[in-house]
Design a protein around this ligand. Structure first.
Ligand code: SF4
Length: 230
């Protein structure tokens, strides 16, 4: 039986102590350095890909709870998982009626199309793990909806994906606890779509964007000092 208090979009959830954002796991699978730059060093740069993604998410940003036939559809649903110390918001969760109550089915909206890496699937799986804890029922699958192809891709929440998701939580959690940003590893297919390529400078092998920022400030200050002298 689903816990309807947890499944209600307007219900506030108990606070966790500094939870890992579910979105950080998607960044971490894409590139652990990107996750550290965004969630540890607090850098964010919008590019065409992130802007398109933000516009797409605006469609599902409003909390709603509607029922049609045997499916209740909740948008912008708050999620938490105490076991993994995760928190986030699901674009859409469909609650499908069955003989025992309702089974949650998360749907995450994405720009573009299905990708070779598993970042989107890990984000969806983290939502499923939250929903399992919140509803005390298994979540066997979910879906990724891609705007470019306008297709729903069904994703089984299988043991391999669960392991990858939990390993990513552990790895990113350890990095965050240490406050450490890994060095850049240049991979053309990922770096050229990355909104942080300017700050990261992956080909230069910069270890810390904060260090890059500090050096840039030093250079600017010395230039100003030279201007003053002149
Ligand atoms: S530019 Fe490349 S190495 Fe740097 S954060 Fe982005 S994906 Fe990672």
């Amino acid at each position: 039986m689903v816990n309807s208090a947890c499944a209600n979009a307007s219900t506030s959830l108990p606070e966790l102590d500094d939870p890992i954002p579910i979105s950080a796991l998607q960044h971490a699978v894409y590139c652990m350095r990107q996750a550290a730059l965004i969630h540890i060093e607090r850098l964010w740069e919008e590019n065409r890909f992130t802007a398109e993604g933000r516009v797409l998410h605006d469609v599902t940003d409003e909390p709603t709870d509607h029922k049609r036939r045997n499916v209740r559809r909740v948008t912008a649903m708050q999620l938490i998982c105490r076991r993994l110390n995760l928190a986030g918001v699901a674009d859409v969760v469909e609650f499908r009626a069955d003989a025992s109550g309702e089974v949650a089915f998360p749907v995450e909206y994405k720009r573009g199309k299905s990708k070779l890496h598993r970042a989107d699937e890990v984000q969806l799986c983290a939502q499923a793990l939250c929903l399992e804890e919140m509803t005390a029922r298994s979540v066997p699958e979910g879906a990724l909806f891609y705007a470019q192809t306008r297709r729903r891709v069904i994703v089984p929440i299988d043991s391999e994906l669960r392991r990858l998701t939990e390993d990513t939580v552990q790895e990113f959690g350890a990095l965050r606890a240490a406050g450490r940003t890994p060095a850049a590893i240049y991979r053309a297919e990922r770096c050229h779509a990355c909104s942080l390529i300017e700050q990261c400078r992956p080909k230069a092998g910069a270890k810390s964007a904060a260090g890059f920022r500090a050096r840039a400030i030093d250079v600017a200050l010395s230039a100003n000092a030279a201007d003053d002298d002149w």
